[in-house]
Design a binder for this molecule. Structure first.
Ligand SMILES: [Zn+2]
Length: 390
């Protein structure tokens, strides 16, 4: 005998009494069936309810062979009457997301003929896969109209039409289903076959927001938030905008232009810095004589700057030139150029002496090692002394 599914008669019902009709061990838990339940089993993109049943925690709810099976953390006596309490904040959140999804999917379908081909309520956002590619402008238009339907506070009507009436009805998710089909209708907005739980008025959704849109399988994958999630999301965005507005000394509704100005300025400064560094490397190189093997440590040089500096020095001597720059902890990044000898061999020796790694195409080698620069400098001088003065 099938249980009475109380969430269909009243999706706002949070407590109920029912008789335990079955209880069997199920792994570390128990699988409990009832003669009636307000616990919604996972299905149609909506996660399972959680809550308490006869003092046991309800860990999961699934439909198996047409029965609602509650996974509990302890057994319940078959034949006893138990009280069930739904984790209401969790369920209400799911109903807000689910109802918002219907309104937005219905609007996208009405405006552009896009079908919802994938739907899942995740812990942070609702995933909606749409069958057609949609531009940002189209999505913004649909979002505006969906929120208009929210503000009109339309009824959300659940019905089980007769087969004849169903055959004559236009609705989304029309496929050959066994047994009676449940339709969820929001007038002038959406009509869709669905087994989930929904709010009773569109106004209860409060707000629908598209968080992101990405191309997906020839269509678009949306991340959407509704209801309380949308309110929290809007508040977080406003707080961020306020903070950034303060940092940039720009109005909160003109942040894009302010960030573009900052980015352009940063690009100009990077160019000027590169020019200044090249001039500095040139000055350092002018001090290098033919018989020198320079070994320098300079602050804050990036990989390509280390390379440019070492090459500038090596233009003045055929002996090894090493340029180092401190990284995190005792890390030293380096570039090594030796135009008159085996740069790869010298790089290997140095890596061996200072737990380093790296290499390159002769006469250049680049990498990082660990140690005090003074020790590296001493090693470098002794190594060059050995090569050139013995
Ligand atoms: Zn639904």
């Amino acid at each position: 005998m099938k249980e009475d599914r109380l969430y269909y008669a009243d999706p706002f019902r949070t407590e109920f009494s029912a008789r335990v009709t079955g209880c069997e061990p199920d792994g570390d838990a128990w699988a409990v069936t009832l003669d009636a339940t307000a616990f919604y089993p996972e299905g149609g993109g909506q996660p399972a309810d959680a809550g308490v049943l006869g003092g046991a925690r309800v860990l999961d709810v699934q439909e198996r062979q047409g029965r609602v099976v509650h996974t509990t953390d302890r057994p319940l006596p078959v034949g006893s009457t138990v009280e069930g309490v739904i984790d209401w904040p969790r369920r209400l959140d799911h109903m807000e997301q689910h109802t918002g999804e219907h309104i937005l999917s219905g609007t996208l379908h009405r405006l552009y003929g896009a079908e919802n081909v994938g739907f899942h309520i995740g812990p942070d956002t609702v995933r909606m896969d749409m069958s057609l590619p949609l531009t940002d402008e189209q999505l913004a238009q649909a979002e505006r109209q969906a929120n208009e339907a929210v503000r009109r506070d339309l009824p959300v009507i659940a019905s089980w039409p007769s087969p004849d009436k169903l055959a004559a009805t236009e609705y989304r998710s029309k496929k050959a289903l066994e047994g009676p089909v449940r339709l969820i209708t929001v007038p002038e907005t959406d009509c869709c076959a669905c087994c989930g739980t929904h709010l009773t008025r569109s106004g209860q959704v409060g707000l629908i927001a598209i968080v992101s849109a990405q191309p997906y399988k020839g269509g678009v994958r949306l991340a959407v938030v509704c209801g309380g999630r949308a309110a929290a999301w809007a508040q977080r965005l406003a707080q961020q905008a306020h903070a950034v507005s303060g940092l940039l000394s720009a109005p909160a509704d003109a942040l894009t232009e302010a960030v573009q100005r900052q980015a352009a300025q940063a690009a100009r400064l990077r160019e000027q810095l590169a020019e200044a560094r090249n001039a500095w490397f040139g000055l350092l190189a002018r001090q290098v004589g033919e018989q020198d093997a320079p070994c320098l440590c300079l602050p804050d040089l990036a990989g390509d700057e280390l390379r440019r500096c070492a090459l500038a020095l090596a233009a003045r001597t055929e002996r090894p030139c090493g340029v180092f720059s401190p990284g995190e902890g005792d890390t030293l990044h380096y570039a090594l150029v030796w135009t008159g000898g085996d740069s790869a061999g010298l790089c290997r020796e140095m890596n061996g002496a200072f737990a380093g790694r790296g290499g390159g195409r002769p006469p250049l080698a680049q990498g990082s090692l660990h140690g005090e620069f003074a020790a590296v400098q001493g090693w470098f001088a002794a190594r060059c002394d050995e090569s050139f003065n013995h």
